[in-house]
Design a protein around this ligand. Structure first.
Ligand code: SF4
Ligand code: FES
Length: 207
């Protein structure tokens, strides 16, 4: 049976949560490149779900969600993982829902206004914040490309893995907690402070 995408982020602390809790043997499907279909042969992604009113369409991408619970705390009447569907888009105004969505750090939540109101205003400058012991929080007009320049995806918000342990590269999947990743956001090595040339920084560089 092919992989069935989740209906929602699971409650924080759940043994079947959507973050690192589901790393147990036999639970997580085999890693694959971002953009490859969930179920071989279907030829298309199945990871986005959409929720509509006449004013707004809300999209949730399970591939990006790491269950930060920011949306749940911002608008618990709209975002509720105990409900089905987990997003009740009629439960608040389109303005409030849009504001809550823009707080989602991973880009898992996005929206379109279908009532003529302006959509999300992308931050003019691109910012990258190395989160202490966690991912890179990226905001701006962001394109994620592979080394050949091929576009994976684009959007206003992403949370990128900084620890190397994510099974959902290049995105964070909360594995930094599982491996107890510990790293300060800003570290300068002594070698760099005294370097006279690139050779002093990394002996593999140079002739
Ligand atoms: S704020 Fe975004 S990443 Fe966090 S639980 Fe909601 S959809 Fe997932
Ligand atoms: S930083 Fe979160 S999984 Fe690597």
């Amino acid at each position: 049976m092919g992989y069935v995408p989740p209906e929602s982020p699971m409650p924080r602390g759940s043994s079947q949560g959507f973050g690192w809790h589901r790393m147990g043997a036999g639970f997580r499907p085999a890693p694959r490149r971002y953009g490859e279909p969930r179920t071989p042969g279907e030829g298309e992604l199945m990871v986005k779900r959409s929720y509509h009113t006449d004013e707004i369409v809300v999209h949730w991408d399970s591939e990006l969600c790491i269950h930060t619970a920011i949306c749940l705390n911002a608008l618990p009447n709209v975002f509720d993982v105990q409900a089905s569907p987990w997003i009740t888009v009629e439960a608040d105004s389109a303005e409030e829902i849009a504001r809550a969505i823009e707080g989602c750090p991973t880009g898992a939540l996005t929206y379109e206004r279908t009532d003529g109101a302006p959509g999300e205003q992308t931050q003019a400058e691109t910012t990258v914040i190395p989160w202490p012991n966690g991912p890179l929080m990226v905001r701006g007009n962001v394109e994620i490309r592979d080394a050949t320049g091929e576009l994976f995806t684009a959007g206003p918000r992403f949370t990128l893995c900084r620890c190397g342990a994510s099974q959902n590269q290049p995105f964070c999947d909360l594995s930094h907690r599982r491996i107890q990743f510990h790293n300060n956001p800003r570290v300068v090595s002594a070698d760099r402070e005294t370097a006279q040339s690139p050779q002093d920084i990394d002996p593999r560089i140079g002739p």
